[in-house]
Design a protein around this ligand. Sequence first.
Ligand SMILES: [Fe+2]
Length: 283
Amino acid sequence: MKIDRARAQKAFADYAAHYNAADAKVKLKIDHTYRVAALCARIAQSLALPPEDVDLAWLSGILHDVGRFEQLRRYNTFIDAQSVSHAALSVAVLFDEGRIRDYLDDAGADALLRTAVEWHSAFRLPEALDDRTRLFCQILRDADKIDILRVNVETPMEEIYNVSTAALRRSPVTPAVLDAFYAHHCVLHSLKQYPADNAVGHASLVFELCYPESLRIVDEQGWLWRLLDFKTDNPDTAAAFAAIRHAKVPRGSSLTALLRFLWFFPSYRFFLLLCNILYLYYR
Ligand SMILES: [Fe+2]
């Protein structure tokens, strides 16, 4: 399948132009979309996928948050729990309204793209996915998680979560959110009670990245560490973030050490090769 990137990018730009780009929240989602698409392509390339699949991964990034614009227009929030599932809205815009045909004529990848968009922000992927669909879902989810770290540093949390600076600075952290972080998995949205929970929740995203290239990018970009440098007047929250910055992860290494360790692997394939060699040597 041949994807015309220029056409797809123009289709996205034309769609987004219906919304007010002077609104910081609209601009944020436009910029996020382009970065996620580029990250999808980079991760796909690191997996040595053929060029047409690199383009398909890129396209999934362009499409994934199309529903954010309608979510913002209708509800003036990006919080799904207070409005609507933005992933479901993306699916509705693209596949129920048929706008997907603005991006490409070939319908051969519609089912895969629909699934990737639909599940991009879900807590877990469904079990019953074929290998190829799972691969594209995971690439998109990794790319989205990586850029969410950046968005949460670059954009004031007050703006993203509609919260005052005072509330943010006195915010505690919910114990169940800290438990999820120390269990090394993503934090369920339903567990979050306070504004500071969002920073812990987003830091926990790195535990569920699937590909070594994704960890390399997180280390390279440095947004994770800036996110964890959380400004607070609440002594308990300050202590919680200090502990997280020095959190131990499996294998007894710190988060930094794990990221640096994986950075040295030039590709996922090399990583698998090394595992195979070690297995053959020690079995
Ligand atoms: Fe999203």
